[in-house]
Design a protein around this ligand. Structure first.
Ligand code: MLT
Length: 393
């Protein structure tokens, strides 16, 4: 037996596991330190009441012989697909139910979607970005080129006609920078993809944070995207499902490459490797898309946005360059005094007992930058903001 040689190209451990290890080493050595965690983008608000009611009702159904259900339909229950369709329809995007694949979240779909593509495709990945894209393609041994996201281009790289890529990852609003493409900018990526016969993998996990009017929530708001883009989305951030697990991936039937409908290939792949999200969770997810469910979820989103505003005000007071917040739950700041991002991580933890995420963990261009999440508790975030001002001001 020979192990997969491509694992050798990966960092020793996954970014957020690495951070968790460093934080537990710190708390073991400093048991009295009051540590505030603004590192991993994990939600803290409880599930919306309509979601809880739906989860309870579905659990009761499972406990009764006449309403019990075993395996569900292979790509998701029709009731949830209808709810997702309705959500897209509100933005003028028309989808068929069989273009929607219910999943256990964006991370697994982002990691698995590569199985649709031959190993010798070239992948274009923004730098910095969510590390799953790079890691999963390294594991598959696929060649990667990077789209440079820098402070100069607002962390929103645009297509370079001189670069030939077959698969393009776009995360907008972006993790970690919070930058979000406008309709006009996304249209340039759609043009590029169509011109190169490439496929865009559009990660819309943070779409619910969009508030700028000309920033699309979905790539399908851009004409022509339906024959060159797959969209991956999750209820983790929209509805606080990080611990519940449910998301969806959209593959339009119009997306055909090499005479293959990618929709049919993904259906085939999922049929073999995935047994669907549980009935109970899909009922909870359906409730997210009701009027009352969405209103309650958006209250939580507003709560997190206030946190990012508090962090942003603190950094402004301390004279630190930063961005994000407007269309995202993340603040992306420059490390003070030209510090490297892991050095700043250590200093912030050691001196202020605040945890963030070093930009270098998202790619080389993240070096010198640092991410703070707005997903924390409001009082604790305000306390962290005070500590930031004290340390950096
Ligand atoms: C993050 O902190 O970047 C995210 O929570 C990671 C994820 O969504 O998997």
């Amino acid at each position: 037996m020979k192990p997969n040689p491509y694992f050798a190209a990966l960092q020793k451990s996954y970014l957020f596991i690495d951070i968790a290890r460093r934080v537990s080493a710190f708390t073991e050595a400093n048991p009295n330190a009051d540590v505030i965690r603004l590192g991993i983008g994990d939600v803290t608000r409880p599930l919306a009441a309509p979601v809880v009611a739906a989860l309870e009702a579905a659990s009761r159904e499972m406990g009764s012989a006449d309403t019990f259900r075993g395996y569900g339909p292979d790509t998701g229950y029709p009731f949830l697909k209808e709810a997702v369709r309705g959500y897209y329809a509100k933005r003028g995007v028309r989808l068929d139910a069989d273009e929607i694949f219910i999943s256990d979240g964006c991370k697994s779909d982002c990691g698995n979607i590569g199985e649709l593509f031959a190993a010798d495709n070239t992948v274009l990945i923004p730098n910095p970005v969510y590390p799953v894209y790079v890691d999963s393609n390294l594991m598959a041994g696929r060649p990667i080129v990077y789209a440079e996201a820098t402070r100069e281009n607002g962390f929103l790289p645009l297509p370079d006609r001189g670069v030939k890529a077959d698969i393009i990852y776009i995360c907008s609003p972006n993790n970690p920078t919070g930058a979000a493409y406008t309709q006009h900018q996304l249209a340039q990526w759609v043009d590029y993809a169509r011109g190169n016969d490439a496929v865009i993998l559009f990660d819309a996990a943070y779409e619910c944070f969009v508030q700028t009017p000309d920033v699309p929530h979905s790539i399908y708001e851009v004409p022509g995207a339906e024959d060159c883009a797959i969209e991956l989305c999750s209820l983790s951030k929209t509805a606080g499902f990080t611990g519940v697990r449910c998301g969806y991936t959209v593959i339009p039937k119009a997306l055909v490459r090499g005479a293959e409908q990618l929709n049919a290939l993904w259906a085939r792949r999922q049929g073999t490797k995935f047994n669907e999200v549980s009935y109970i969770i899909q009922r909870g997810a359906e409730a997210v898309f009701t009027e009352a469910g969405m209103a309650a979820c958006m209250e939580n989103v507003a709560y997190y946005k206030k946190n990012t505003a508090v962090l942003s005000a603190a950094l402004a007071q301390a004279g630190i360059w930063h961005s994000g917040g407007q269309n995202s739950p993340y603040i992306w700041m420059q490390c003070p005094g030209g510090m490297k991002s892991w050095d700043f991580f250590d200093m912030l933890l050691d001196k202020a007992h605040v945890v963030g995420t070093p930009g270098a963990g998202f790619g080389q261009n993240g070096e010198g930058f640092f991410r703070l999440t707005g997903f924390g508790n409001a009082a604790r975030t305000a306390e962290a903001a005070e500590r930031l001002v004290k340390l950096l001001g």
